[in-house]
Design a protein around this ligand. Structure first.
Ligand code: HEM
Ligand code: HEM
Length: 235
């Protein structure tokens, strides 16, 4: 497309770091300052719930975002960046699983039904697909590793499916924020309170974070790279 401005990935990775930091701080202020803090064991079951948004946003989505951007952000060689990429994804997966466990624990100890909402269905689907993506990525690109021709063929699918799962994770978190705020408002929280604004702005910042991570993947590392998705160079 002649005349289409070339967009480099770097500014979007900087924006993503800043948005990640802002949303992490905001979810902590919400859960600790407004909602009373976090606990795995407590007679106040809401504190068990609070672990859920914190781990899903900071542990799953933000660490997952950094994992995705690692090839574009880190100064090392391709092999080292690959190790960081799959290690950060493994950490995100584990923290995400613990976060979901906290939501189930909160439900079970409070006598609330499990898995009744769209949020919980899409959420369970997302973490399962994330696990499958991790295993397929590890086996294909790291150990034992597929033959070079198969690696080459599967890479665009890995990137496409990886982005799909990441976007699903962001969408799930959006549904979660919306659902929790609606619960709080229907049990008396003032709709224009500072807490309600904080939750909505956290969710808004998450949309921008998701968009800038996706653009950083689609945009080339260098302005003179071919348009469309292209493999990151070996060094
Ligand atoms: C990608 C991130 C997320 C995933 C994968 C996820 C997944 C889940 C799952 C599987 C459940 C069901 C637990 C059960 O049925 O016992 C759940 C519950 C819940 N989550 Fe999330 N969640 C995420 C982020 C969030 C966020 C950021 C919030 C914001 C507060 C949130 C709010 C809730 C609420 C209110 C429930 C209880 C009601 C329900 O089951 O829908 N979630 N989540
Ligand atoms: C759920 C986990 C994973 C997700 C969501 C994911 C997602 C992605 C995404 C979006 C990219 C594109 C990055 C870019 O071009 O800027 C990518 C690249 C890549 N990923 Fe993953 N990935 C995951 C796990 C893994 C694992 C376990 C491995 C094993 C080594 C792996 C190996 C690679 C490789 C080799 C690239 C290619 C970079 C290049 O273009 O040369 N990924 N991944």
């Amino acid at each position: 497309m002649a005349g289409f401005p070339s967009v480099k990935a770097a500014p979007f990775t900087y924006a993503s770091h800043a948005l990640a930091l802002a949303s992490a701080a905001m979810v902590l202020v919400w859960c600790v300052h407004f909602r009373g803090g976090l606990a795995f064991e407590s007679s106040n079951k809401s504190l068990i719930f609070n672990i859920h948004p914190v781990l899903m946003l900071i542990g799953f989505i933000i660490i997952g975002s950094e994992a995705i951007m690692s090839y574009k952000t880190l100064p090392w060689n391709h092999e080292m960046n690959k190790i960081v990429h799959f290690t950060l994804h493994a950490i995100a997966l584990v923290l995400g699983a613990v976060g979901i466990y906290a939501a189930f624990k909160f439900h079970n100890e409070s006598g609330i039904d499990n898995l009744y909402s769209l949020h919980s269905w899409v959420g369970l689907g997302t973490i399962s697909l994330y696990g499958i993506q991790w295993i397929l990525g590890f086996v294909t690109f790291f150990f034992p590793g597929a033959p070079p021709a198969l690696r080459g063929k599967s890479l665009p699918w890995h990137v496409l499916f990886g982005l799909f799962v990441y976007i699903l994770a962001v969408a799930t978190a959006e549904l979660g924020f919306l659902e929790k705020l609606t619960f709080l408002e229907s049990s008396g929280l003032y709709k224009y309170s500072s807490e309600a604004f904080l939750v909505n702005f956290t969710a808004l910042i998450l949309i921008f974070l998701g968009a800038s991570v996706v653009i950083s993947v689609i945009a080339p590392a260098r302005a003179d790279a071919p348009r469309g998705y292209s493999e990151i160079s070996e060094n």
